[in-house]
Write a protein that binds this ligand. Structure first.
Ligand SMILES: Cc1cc2nc3c(=O)[nH]c(=O)nc-3n(C[C@H](O)[C@H](O)[C@H](O)COP(=O)(O)OP(=O)(O)OC[C@H]3O[C@@H](n4cnc5c(N)ncnc54)[C@H](O)[C@@H]3O)c2cc1C
Ligand code: SF4
Ligand code: SF4
Length: 423
């Protein structure tokens, strides 16, 4: 059993700014809002964090799992952490902290910093579920490799394809980009993402941090049997408030030419993974580039149609117009008995505005059948704002049938069957 920390000592929770990919997962997960960020770093407020560990498992990079023993009066402030380029080293505790207490405290840090693996059962972290989705993968998911390549040792990939997948005359410039890893091992699974290190420095002269992109290709490659993968990247030309802004990494990626090389870190993600068992159903709900993981999973299923082991595929896909829907052409060529496609167009002159949640409600009977099947996994990816609308629609479908949504929602999370990736 670990002794309590000396009263004057704090086990301070810190985020490694060199590894963090600024994905916001930890800030969304923390139940007491101890994590915050500025334009540069994600940081933990020592005055709020209670060390509950809820944020540690979902962090895709492990950058969240850093702890330092400090005197409470010398805890690193939020403002100090915003200015960091790298984590500070360990500081020796002053002699005034009793020798025994200090060594107990150091033991506690080592237990916490390995994710609690060495802790006894009484102190092991309990699984924590985010308010909306699961933080564990489906039971039959393949085991993913994560964090094989970091900032200091990125993998180098070569661009072997880069073309636009939305109509030229639309504002939405989305590219399909194929990266080849040659002989460099880069094993991935559908639902995972990679980090791209854009060249150059930010306004403070620091190297740009990595941006995360979901895989759009299945585990055996964009071209089956090749060591390559694809991404679906939207060129950011305005910020979230609609003001003109040139996104650093998305513009870099969309402008790449064949044979250019890019620095890649990752892979990331160990929960938004597809089931592997026979007859598993996929319900996929996405908007825009959120279609990337859905393309990867659908292609995995398409390549094994002949086996006859596929379950049902149901897709809800939202965009402003058909011409802004990435991969519209190839998607519509898929056989109707292979995938049930539901397109929600919000700016189509010929139709009233419809969003994915409207179509989920319209297809209530089929959605309910899938939700009640324990072989169904549900994936939601795309705009941050869609999460609430989709959850409300799923809840309505269940409640209208006389079932209890709270119970089903809890089952879906506990069984790793409901996953969100919104950004
Ligand atoms: C898990 C995860 C998966 C992701 N997968 C994909 C993917 O498959 N395809 C994809 O294109 N992107 C994806 N993203 C988003 C991607 O990581 C970048 O955030 C995005 O490309 C913008 O980066 P940037 O460097 O171009 O813009 P920045 O230089 O970082 O930002 C420029 C300005 O634009 C704003 N901004 C940032 N992102 C957007 C946006 N999407 N729309 C509008 N304004 C924005 C910023 O607030 C800032 O004001 C994913 C993000 C996460 C966390
Ligand atoms: S350990 Fe708990 S309280 Fe601290 S930042 Fe993580 S989730 Fe929040
Ligand atoms: S990489 Fe980890 S620490 Fe950084 S923002 Fe994402 S979850 Fe938080």
């Amino acid at each position: 059993m670990n002794a309590p920390l000396p009263p004057e000592v704090l086990k301070q929770h810190l985020i490694d700014p060199e590894i963090c990919i600024r994905c916001n997962t930890c800030e969304e997960t923390c139940p007491i809002d101890a994590i915050t960020h500025d334009g540069t770093n994600y940081v933990v407020d020592p005055a709020i964090c209670n060390g509950c560990m809820a944020c540690v498992p979902p962090c895709p990079t492990g950058s969240i799992d850093n702890w330092r023993l400090v005197l409470k009066t010398e805890a690193y402030s939020v403002e100090e952490q915003f200015g960091w380029d790298e984590l500070p080293g360990e500081k020796a505790l002053p002699d005034t902290v009793s020798a025994n207490s200090a060594s107990d405290a150091e033991e506690i840090v080592s237990v916490v910093s390995n994710g609690g693996e060495d802790a006894d059962s009484a102190s092991a972290p309990t699984p924590v579920f985010s308010p909306s989705g699961a933080t564990i993968p489906p039971w039959s998911a393949a085991h993913p490799y994560v964090n094989l390549y970091g900032h200091k040792t990125p993998a180098v990939a070569t661009v072997v394809g880069n073309y636009r997948v939305t109509d030229e005359d639309t504002d939405s410039d989305i590219h399909h980009i194929v990266l080849d890893f040659g002989n460099v091992p880069f094993p991935v699974l559908e639902g995972q993402s990679i980090g791209i290190l854009p060249p150059g420095t930010d306004a403070q002269g620091r190297p740009h941090h990595a941006r995360q992109y979901s895989l759009a290709s299945p585990r055996d490659g964009e071209r089956a049997g090749y060591n390559n993968l694809s991404l679906t990247v939207k060129r950011v030309t305005e910020d979230h408030q609609g003001q003109p802004a040139r996104g650093v990494c998305s513009n870099y990626l969309c402008d790449l030419a064949r044979n250019d090389t890019v620095q890649v870190i990752g892979p990331f993600g160990n929960t938004f993974l597809m089931p592997n068992h026979a007859h598993a159903n996929l319900m996929m709900i996405c908007t825009g580039t959120g279609s990337a993981p859905m393309r990867a999973m659908t292609e995995r299923y398409r390549r094994r149609i002949a086996r006859g082991t596929n379950g049902r595929l149901m897709l809800f896909f939202g965009a402003r117009t058909q011409r802004e829907l990435p991969y519209f052409g190839p998607l519509m060529k898929l056989p109707r008995d292979f995938i049930d496609i539901n397109l929600a167009l919000s700016r189509d002159a010929a139709q009233p505005r419809r969003y994915v949640q409207d179509l989920i409600r319209e297809r209530a009977a089929d959605v309910l059948t899938l939700l009640q099947d324990p072989n169904t996994c549900i994936y939601v990816c795309g705009l941050k704002g869609m999460e609430t609308g989709v959850l409300d629609a799923l809840r309505d479908v269940v409640v209208q049938s006389g079932e209890d949504w709270t119970i089903l929602h809890d089952v879906l999370r506990r069984e790793g069957r409901l996953h969100f990736e919104t950004y």
